[in-house]
Design a binder for this molecule. Structure first.
Ligand code: NG1
Ligand code: MG
Length: 508
């Protein structure tokens, strides 16, 4: 287990980016700081930075509290910040936030009372992500210093290069960078990475999505050159994982579908609904199978109970390996959850609730729209995906060979994930399916959606000598058939190396 420690305060960009990224990033940082001066009339004090991530394997299982394997990428959120006394009165402080893409993200100014930060999750507003980081950071500061913390006024300019709604976690990068900026601005010169991650996980839920904790963990805790094996129970742990050097060498390709899926908009029928389905499946399986009739203990899943919570309870005194337990859970799910879908009226009596109680516990935090909940399919995806993550990890930590057969085994697991996401979890889309099959035909070992899905990005494990062939195939068979701007074309495919996590840089 890597001991997280404090968020690094970097002296130069070399500590943040890989060598090949330095020159582009230097220009970008200079432009950010110059524009800060233009916008606010003086220099920024510091920059807070948090990256996006790509998930290699372990999709839609973090909120069921199963381990996942993401890695940070180079694209990130930068917040240039100045702390100011202007705007602070006896009853409020002022936050000014602007964006380098000012035409798309309109600048805002908020006068905020000292004791609460209001966020309207029903309104789709880009600064909500900043506010959710602000709120979480202030809560943590109050735990540390007591209730009379008076937050400082801040001027902020953001530059984000993680595409929004693209499955690369722009939201977690923004929330983590915001929380970090607020902590530092308010005098926390050493911000603990684990505390920051945990507060960012809880904060992001304020924006209207019942998210798991993978993205914030990857964004804050990643270490350059390594992917990150993140586990959520009993507590949050993150272990850096290096890929073995195989022949042929492996590359990760990230390809955009340019189908944008926004969780704030699609939540009630997509992401938030899946969280509800998984929690209901946990309650249902527990009620039917548990050797005792006690309800599931409350856990850190977004709805307070999770499939892994059920798993732990069911196998409490078992001596079987986790892999064996998961294989058993797959069989048990098949024989217990036999219906294609379950209504509220069917689920409630089984879990010992009225329909009203069910709605209160499961569907009131964020609304969902469904008459039938697909408990069987969702639980089967989660248990089988949790098992694939462990199989993937076993291949990495104990490779039987370093040749193509290892690459193929890793790729096969990623392909199975894609099948399960498409068939059981119904979170893929035809465009992502197309990108995956084009890539496989051109030499990818494993291709799948990454992130929430329903659009967004895909990730591909490709031998280094086939990267060009795969790119060419996408261009011919996918990108050339869509209407894309030059900027989109440029950003459609990236070869990504594991990048570093959150950092601060003092600039003024
Ligand atoms: P993206 O793709 O970044 O929206 C989401 C969740 C993750 C995880 C994945 C699916 C947020 C912040 N993140 O990621 O926690 O559940 O989907 O594996 O909502
Ligand atoms: Mg997100």
């Amino acid at each position: 287990m890597a001991e997280p420690g404090p968020v690094p305060v970097a002296q130069s960009l070399k500590e943040i980016y890989t060598e090949d990224a330095i020159s582009t990033q230097t220009g970008r940082w200079q432009r950010l700081l110059a524009q800060f001066k233009t916008n606010y009339g003086h220099d920024a004090h510091f920059v807070s930075r948090s990256p996006g991530r790509v998930n290699i394997i372990g999709e839609h299982i973090d909120y069921s509290l199963y381990s996942v394997l993401p890695m940070a990428i180079t694209t990130d959120v930068l917040l240039a910040v100045r702390v100011t006394e202007e705007g602070t009165t006896s009853d409020h402080y002022t936050i000014k936030v602007s964006n380098v893409q000012g035409d798309k993200f309109v600048a805002r100014e908020f006068q905020i009372p000292f004791d609460t930060v209001d966020i309207d999750s029903k309104v789709h507003e880009w600064t909500n992500y900043f506010k959710s980081g602000l709120r979480g950071a202030l809560e943590l500061l109050r735990v540390k210093r007591g209730n009379n913390v008076k937050p400082v006024s801040m001027e902020i300019l953001m530059d984000g290069t993680v595409p929004a709604g693209g499955g690369l976690s722009s939201s977690a990068a923004f929330v983590s960078a915001s929380a970090l900026a607020v902590m530092y601005a308010n005098g926390e010169k050493s911000v603990d990475k684990k505390e920051l991650t945990e507060l960012a996980i809880v904060s992001e839920r304020a924006v209207g999505v019942n998210s798991g904790g993978m993205d914030q963990s990857a964004s804050v805790l990643s270490i350059r050159g390594s992917a990150l094996f993140v586990s959520f129970v009993p507590g949050l742990t993150a272990q850096p994982i290096q890929f073995p050097k195989t022949t042929p060498e492996l590359s990760f390709l990230i390809a955009q579908s340019f189908v944008q899926s926004d969780k704030q908009v699609t939540g009630p029928v997509c992401y938030n609904l899946r969280v509800v389905e998984c929690s209901l499946a946990a309650a249902y399986l527990n009620a039917v199978l548990s050797k005792s009739t006690t309800p599931l203990p409350k856990d850190s899943g977004p709805l307070g109970i999770s499939l892994n919570g059920f798993h732990q309870k069911y196998f409490k005194d078992s001596t079987e390996s986790v892999e064996e337990q998961l294989a058993e859970l797959i069989e048990i799910t098949k024989s217990t959850l036999t219906q294609p879908g379950y209504t509220r009226e069917e689920i409630a009596p089984v879990i010992g609730m009225t329909v009203e109680e069910l709605n209160r516990q499961f569907t009131s935090t964020f609304p969902v729209r469904a008459s039938h909940f697909k408990l069987r399919e969702r639980a089967l995806h989660v248990f089988s995906e949790a098992l694939r993550v462990l199989q993937f990890m076993a291949l990495l930590s104990n490779p039987s060979s370093l040749d193509e057969s290892l690459n193929q085994k890793l790729g096969a697991l990623m392909n199975e994930t894609q099948d399960s996401c498409r068939e059981m979890y119904e979170c893929s889309c035809p465009e992502i399916d197309a990108l995956c099959s084009i890539a496989r035909k051109a030499g990818s070992y494993g291709s799948r959606l990454t992130g929430a899905g329903w659009g967004g990005c895909s990730v591909h494990l490709v031998p280094a000598d086939k990267v060009e062939a795969v790119k060419k195939a996408w261009e011919a068979e996918y990108y050339s058939t869509r209407t894309l701007t030059a900027e989109q074309k440029e950003a459609s495919v990236v070869v990504s190396k594991p990048g570093s996590g959150s950092a601060l840089l003092v600039v003024g």
